[in-house]
Design a protein around this ligand. Structure first.
Ligand code: GLN
Length: 486
């Protein structure tokens, strides 16, 4: 048998219920691994050693008395931009260095009420701004497959913690790729649900019209299992979908005969262009691995059809107007008065200015400046309103595509994990890394990055499966048949 910390959620559930091991032993195995590896990988900002063991003892009690729920006794971690009651939640920015939320995010509350064991909080790009985890004020996260590479971002700590077997699963946030891209860089399954499927309550808001919360897990099955537990309407988030979420495990194993798969040609040619501030070339090995997954789907009885999403080339430009605009507005609440750390100032304005100057990293400041400019009188129509108009066109591309096909297959990222420091000082190059994950986010449709093997250098590559609004089930069915673990 694998070491306890190497188990999937499903395997851990079975072991706990058949009394092969206890929740305390399982939790201790994860804590030992964190102690051994976190100094090199930096996936955790806060580790809750004592409370985790206490929660595990309670979980063992529930398991022994038959009062257990599906996630009782399963150790998990949470992106630090998600609020956890009584546990420091910094968003990876010093302005919240001492912030201890008095409440759990709705999705975290659902897991903790079942007896899930909170191991600690995962490092991320500050407030989710980034694609490499280098915009954290707590240092970069290193890729467990090669410590000289980034883990991806913004949920790099979540992906690395699960990939390195420090945590059994992690809950993260995806506004424009932050679950899928790090999952792809670290060989994990990363799922972004339909916008509104999971409550955003208690997630530090980044761009409210795009923010979603979802799991990073070792297998696609585990992602479906977590969605089963956290999805659903919430009176604390008015944007949640009111109809009840489907049973994600019911048709999970069903074969794929007759499934219509679309290949959007724009993802395989030179994307970007002047509208996106640059171009990129799709890496040959990524192309090859994606093609192999498409061949596999053909063998499994899917019909494959090339389709077009013509407005894809505007996605980065649209995203980097809408997101900083919403960011700049949401971050207004962090003023040194209401939450977290406060710096001294000679008057109120000076207090705001110094608290924000010292508490935010460079990328957060950049977004506040861009967003404030894009929303200002005289520029609003030219930037924000125009971006919203083009957003509708991008969304319509997906609506048209899903009249013809059930799911779309694309690479998750144009390349495998890049070097620490390689793009850090080039914000536009960093923005372009989102070229394949931002369109689905702009359209609000669900998408999964599924582990699909490794390149010659031994770095994991993910393939993205995009589905139509609320059709998460089709994505899981496809992902289950093509995932390549290890
Ligand atoms: N790379 C994207 C950004 O920096 C990802 C954001 C996210 O999904 N949180 O905006």
């Amino acid at each position: 048998m694998s070491k306890l910390n190497e188990l999937t959620i499903k395997e851990a559930q079975e072991g706990l219920r058949s009394k092969k091991f206890t929740a305390v032993e399982l939790t201790q195995a994860c804590l030992d691994r964190i102690k051994e590896r976190n100094k090199d990988i930096n996936a955790f900002i806060t580790v809750c050693e004592e409370s985790a063991l206490e929660e595990a003892r309670i979980a063992d009690g529930l398991l022994n008395s038959g009062q257990d729920a599906p996630l009782t006794g399963i150790p998990f971690s949470v992106k630090d931009a998600i609020c956890t009651a009584g546990v420091r939640s910094t968003g990876s920015a010093k302005i919240l260095d001492n912030y201890i939320p008095p409440f759990d995010a709705t999705v975290i509350g659902k897991i903790r009420k079942q007896g899930g064991v909170l191991l600690g909080k995962n490092n991320c790009d500050a407030f989710g701004h980034g694609a490499s985890n280098e915009n954290s004020m707590y240092g970069p996260v290193r890729n467990p497959y090669d410590l000289s590479k980034v883990a991806g971002g913004s949920s790099g700590g979540s992906a690395a913690a699960v990939a390195d077997n420090m945590s059994i699963f992690s809950i993260a946030e995806d506004t424009g790729g932050s679950i899928r891209q790090p999952a792809s860089f670290c060989g994990m399954a990363g799922f972004r649900p339909t916008y509104g499927r999971n409550s955003r309550f208690g997630i530090m808001p980044m761009a409210s019209s795009l923010d979603t919360v979802g799991p990073i897990t070792k297998t696609v099955y585990d992602s479906a299992l977590i969605m089963q537990q956290i999805a659903g309407a919430d009176s604390l988030d008015a944007t949640t979908i009111v109809d009840s979420a489907p049973d994600y495990l019911k048709n999970f194993e069903q074969d794929l005969k007759g499934m219509r798969v679309g290949i959007p040609k724009e993802y395989f040619s030179a994307l970007g262009g002047p509208a996106s501030g640059g171009e990129f070339k799709l890496d040959d090995e990524v192309k090859e691995i994606t093609a192999k997954q498409i061949d596999k789907l053909k063998e499994l009885g899917c019909t494959i059809e090339e389709i077009s999403l013509p407005h894809t080339k505007y996605a980065i430009a649209v995203y980097y107007i809408l997101v900083p605009s919403e960011d700049s507005s949401n971050l207004g609440r962090l003023d040194g008065i209401r939450y977290g750390s406060r710096q001294k100032g000679k008057d109120l304005y000076d207090l705001y200015a110094t608290s924000r100057a010292e508490g935010f990293p460079e990328e957060v400041k950049r977004r506040i400046l861009i967003g404030t400019y894009a929303l200002s009188a005289g520029y609003y129509d030219a930037y924000y309103k125009k971006a919203q108009t083009v957003r509708t066109l991008i969304k319509k591309d997906f609506d048209e595509a899903f009249k013809k096909v059930d799911v779309l297959i694309t690479p998750t990222s144009p390349f495998a994990a890049f070097g620490v420091g390689e793009k850090k000082d080039d914000p536009l190059a960093m923005y372009l890394a989102d070229v394949m994950v931002s369109p689905a986010a702009i359209a609000g449709v669900p998408a999964l990055s599924v582990p699909s093997g490794k390149n010659a250098a031994g770095l994991p590559i993910g393939v993205q499966i995009i589905g139509s609004r609320k059709n998460e089930e089709a994505i899981f069915r496809v992902g289950n048949k093509i995932e390549i673990r290890g």
